[in-house]
Design a protein around this ligand. Structure first.
Ligand code: HEC
Length: 153
């Protein structure tokens, strides 16, 4: 078992013409589950309380360390010296479509790396929905919750 007839990664090989054991994927190769992931990315789920709960959970785990629990860009990693991200509460990011947030999670943005390997497509939409909720809550007025009138001190 210890001694096996096999190639280590990047070991030279005379079997293939290019002389390496690490062969590139044939053109047109599709990884298992890729088509389903692409479909989930193209098709936003309905926004429900359960989706927002999932989004909050994933956001708190993966995004809050830099973006802060409320999205102002002052998370703990930033406190330790990582470049600060922009606040979600700027006019530009409030006007950005939900897909922009999903795209940033998928591809990364500037110094922010991609979270595609950690946050699957449905959860990306859930995080985008939760960011929208954070933005709305920061700019809410009494008119948005008329039933609260009279109950506030
Ligand atoms: C390790 C720190 C870090 C984490 C974790 C992180 N980000 Fe970022 N994010 C950044 C930084 C820094 C920028 C600014 C990048 C730049 O402009 O170069 C940024 C930028 C952004 C932007 C703004 C893009 C724009 O149009 O300006 C969005 C949206 C965003 N991140 C979403 C997320 C989401 C959603 C998550 C969680 C899945 C996340 N980020 C996790 C550091 C992070």
């Amino acid at each position: 078992m210890f001694q096996q007839k096999r190639f280590d990664t990047y070991e030279p090989s005379t079997i293939w013409r290019d002389g390496t054991a690490a062969q590139p994927l044939p053109a047109g190769t599709v990884a298992q589950g890729d088509l389903a992931r692409d479909a989930a990315l193209a098709d936003p789920p309905d926004v429900t309380p359960a989706l927002l709960k999932l989004g909050r959970d994933r956001y708190d785990v993966f995004c809050s360390p830099c973006h802060g629990y409320d999205g102002d860009g002052h998370g703990m990693i930033v406190e330790r010296g990582f470049p600060p991200p922009p606040s979600y509460h700027s006019g530009r990011l409030r006007a950005a479509p939900a897909r922009h947030f999903v795209d940033v999670i998928t591809n990364g943005y500037g110094v922010m790396y991609s979270y595609a390997a950690r946050v699957p497509p449905r959860e990306r939409w859930a995080v985008a929905a939760y960011i929208r909720a954070l933005q709305l809550s920061h700019h809410a007025t009494l008119a948005d919750a008329p039933e609260a009138r009279g109950r506030l001190p």
